[in-house]
Design a binder for this molecule. Structure first.
Ligand code: COA
Length: 395
């Protein structure tokens, strides 16, 4: 598990977190609220997705996530996010071809990335690799940067394994080609279906930290590539996209279901968080956990169902232990819990989990950047100064 003890204090005490203070400088005596984590603060109107944390519901552009994952392809999801409607046959093929072209262009440019692909962390490689793309905007730019993200992530993994990068196949779907470029062999239909369901499930999710980051950059009038690179930087953190690798470490450490409760208690006693549990918005189980679990069952092989059984046992133990320790704050499984199990089952190495998340979420970032562009207003919140006052002027 990730020990967050080295990070600066992550949150202020509950009494401090949402605090109202009279602004000394405000002539009208207006009260200014300080919200350290912006909980519940609405910063945009969006047509892209809605997260209902009380009911455990995710709607993407008018569609329940349950009706999309495992049914629509990642390309369909991109079209939905970028145009507002699921594509007809012609639009589906146009989106598939544009993303495939993005993969080809990115692959041709891999040689120019210098030592970016030698980065120890895949998100660092992705950040550097995407930063090499030419700044651009528009629908083709979204497809180009989405195609590129898959190529850079796969090429980073190959370099790290001492293997040559695999060229994209423009006839393949994005999910199939990503697996092929990563593993160096044709993936099974089941694995492609599992990855496609994952890519659809995590493509967009309200005003999460990386999406907000991308929108802030877009609001300054900066370009799409810069906004996407900023999104990658935000997604890297363990409180956002960095949890699935540690979830597998946890399953390995627990080993068997009968040890789950004792292991979870020991972690919590040591002051560590259980990765894959808890969410800023959801007060019930993350709906994406259900969808990913369904995709896992669809794989139907014995080793992934044994892993799934262990995951369920650890989830139950963690949920019970967290409920005892935080009776007022429901802490349930989030998307990353089953991301870990699903991505492992389709054959991806755990170091690629967060880059794979980015390779999907990039589609959402692109849609939000376009939406923010239409808003056309700089995002510029305020802060409350609590530093020392300057000395009075010498008389
Ligand atoms: N394990 C143990 N305790 C947890 C926890 C977890 N996974 N998630 C939250 N808590 C505890 C906190 O320590 C805090 O306790 P306190 O009030 O005694 O200080 C309380 O629950 C509230 O947590 P808070 O940090 O205010 O919640 P948040 O909304 O800021 O955080 C997450 C949400 C996702 C960052 C948090 O649940 C977490 O760190 N989860 C693990 C990382 C993870 O899975 N990230 C992927 C998110 S999709």
């Amino acid at each position: 598990l990730i020990d967050l003890g080295h990070l600066p204090r992550l949150r202020r005490d509950k009494e401090d977190a949402m605090e109202e203070r009279t602004s000394a400088g405000a002539a009208d005596g207006a009260r200014r609220a300080t919200s350290s984590g912006l909980d519940g603060v609405v910063v945009a109107e969006t047509r892209l997705s809605e997260v209902d944390g009380e009911r455990g519901r995710l709607v993407v552009a008018g569609h329940e996530i349950e009706s999309l994952a495992g049914r629509a392809s990642f390309e369909d999801m991109c079209a939905l996010l970028w145009t507002g409607a699921l594509p007809d046959e012609a639009a589906r093929e146009a989106t598939r071809a544009a993303i495939a072209r993005g993969r080809e262009v990115a692959f041709a440019r891999l040689g120019g990335l210098g030592d970016a692909l030698d980065a120890a962390d895949g998100m660092d490689a992705l950040r550097a690799g995407l930063a090499h793309l030419a700044p651009s905007s528009g629908a083709d730019a979204a497809a180009a940067v989405t195609g590129a993200a898959g190529v850079v992530a796969a090429a980073w993994h190959r370099r790290r394994a001492g293997l040559p990068a695999v060229a994209p196949d423009a006839r393949a779907s994005h999910a199939e080609d990503y697996l092929r470029m990563t593993l160096g062999a044709a993936p099974s239909r089941a694995a492609v279906g599992g990855l496609d369901a994952y890519l659809v499930t995590v493509a967009d999710h309200g005003m999460n930290a990386s999406t907000f980051t991308a929108r802030v950059v877009a609001s300054t009038g900066s370009d799409l590539v810069s906004a996407v690179v900023a999104g990658v930087c935000a997604l890297k953190g363990p409180l956002h996209g960095g949890a699935p690798g540690p979830v597998l470490d946890m399953l390995d450490a627990v080993g068997e279901a009968s040890r789950a409760a004792a292991w979870v208690d020991a972690e919590l006693d040591a002051g560590r968080r259980i990765m894959g549990m808890g969410h800023r918005i959801y007060r019930v189980r993350d709906p994406r956990a259900f969808v990913l679990e369904r995709a896992l069952r669809g794989l139907g092989d014995a080793s992934s169902s044994a892993r799934l059984d262990l995951a369920r046992a650890v989830e139950h133990a963690a949920e019970a232990a967290l409920a005892r320790r935080h009776p007022d704050r429901p802490l349930k499984a989030n998307v990353e819990f089953y991301t870990a199990v699903l991505l492992e089952a389709v054959g991806l190495p755990r170091a690629l989990f967060t880059p794979t998340f980015a390779a999907s979420r990039v589609a959402g970032w692109c849609a939000h950047v376009a939406e923010q562009g239409r808003v056309g207003r700089l995002i510029r919140p305020a802060s409350r100064y609590v530093g020392p006052e300057p000395p009075p002027p010498a008389s």
